[in-house]
Write a protein that binds this ligand. Structure first.
Ligand SMILES: Nc1ncnc2c1ncn2[C@@H]1O[C@H](COP(=O)(O)OP(=O)(O)O)[C@@H](O)[C@H]1O
Ligand SMILES: [Mg+2]
Length: 330
């Protein structure tokens, strides 16, 4: 088997959180134990409700934050510490696209210059070659090269995200982490931007980690999916299998809320109870207060992630290796 492009083992990230100015900070585990890997040119989805630790995981795998525990390996080498020269060198090979393009762009600088900036930083090409590359990148993301002199506020939200994407792919990255890249955009243009990302990813063989609470999008573009709940992976597997046959009761609820063309949503499982909040983590399996199948064991013992079928891992006491009960598997 070939080596994965990126692999994360047992990542933990703890933040000190303060409720008021005079209260003592409490420690919040945003990520408790996350392992994942992605092969060159493949797409991995990370799904889960808000607060499940998806964005933190994205920042950790890119080395944008140092983990409290665990380790990340990129192309066979340990992730260098934040802001070291080795880390700066890696910036060229992995990039982040996140939800808010306005926050990612500088309002005072024309977009062409912003797309050119990473090429300058990494000293790629002559000034003339860089101008030509900017025009090429703008065309690749569906912008006109003559828009290079425009400022971010002169563009629509979708066009701004196209600028961010052009800049992210400028240096030919091998990995793109997209954190809710279309959530802030009008629904009418979300599909266009997702299609653009997929086309660029396929054309250039870029590996992509696609973080989203929108399962429809993930189903369309990801080879594999990781489902997170309160800082842990609760299920992992090939995308088509996760969507056609989810094992974990949490995944079942998430998948049941995604409309399938031609069917009604009569089997929708409504998730009741509190959404995930690491400041008040339930005992045992963190999902147990909301689980239809919870038993006494689920309230006290945290289930480990186990292989239950080929390439399928699930963390649920009701699912041991090769013993998926009919009540859950159906
Ligand atoms: N810098 C931070 N300081 C304190 N708490 C944080 C910080 N970043 C994230 N958290 C907390 O960690 C949890 C997971 O956050 P996040 O990774 O953003 O989840 P998601 O992207 O799935 O919504 C949340 O409860 C959030 O409040
Ligand atoms: Mg997030």
């Amino acid at each position: 088997m070939s080596m994965p492009l990126l692999s994360a083992r047992h990542l933990v990230k703890t933040y000190a959180s303060r409720r008021g100015a005079f209260t003592k900070p409490t420690l919040v585990k945003a990520v408790e134990d996350v392992s994942l890997s992605i092969d060159k040119g493949r797409t991995l989805g990370i799904v889960g409700e808000s607060g499940s630790g998806k964005s933190t995981t994205g920042r950790l795998v890119l080395g944008l934050e140092d983990p409290t525990g665990g380790r990340v390996t990129f192309d066979g080498a340990a992730m260098p510490g934040l802001k070291t020269p080795e880390w700066r060198g890696l910036r060229r090979r992995m990039q982040l696209v996140y939800q808010d393009p306005l926050a990612a762009l500088d309002r005072r600088i024309p977009i062409g210059e912003q797309i050119e900036e990473p090429l300058e930083i990494h000293e790629i090409g002559t000034p003339e070659e860089r101008k030509e590359r900017v025009a090429e990148l703008m065309r690749a993301v569906g912008l006109r090269p003559d828009q290079a002199s425009q400022y971010p506020h002169e563009l629509s939200g979708g066009q701004r995200q196209r600028v961010v994407i052009a800049r992210a792919i400028a240096c030919g990255p091998e990995l793109l982490v997209c954190d809710e890249p279309v959530s802030a955009l009008d629904v009418s243009i979300q599909a266009q931007v997702v299609n653009l990302l997929r086309d660029l990813q396929e054309e250039h063989g870029i590996a992509m980690i696609f973080i989203s609470h929108d399962l429809k999008v993930v189903r369309n573009i990801c080879d594999r999916v990781v489902v997170m709940y309160l800082g842990r992976v609760v299920e992992e597997g090939p995308s088509d299998e996760i969507f056609s046959k989810p094992f974990h009761p949490y995944t079942q609820a998430l998948v049941s809320s995604v409309p399938v063309p031609g069917t009604s949503l009569t089997d929708r499982i409504i998730l009741e109870g509190e959404p995930p909040n690491p400041a008040s983590r339930p005992s045992g399996c963190a999902f147990h207060p909301r689980c239809r199948f919870a038993t006494a064991r689920c309230r006290t013992e945290n289930p480990q992630l186990l292989t239950v079928a080929a390439e399928r891992e699930v963390a649920c006491h009701l699912l041991g290796p090769a013993q998926v009960p009919a009540s859950i598997a159906s």
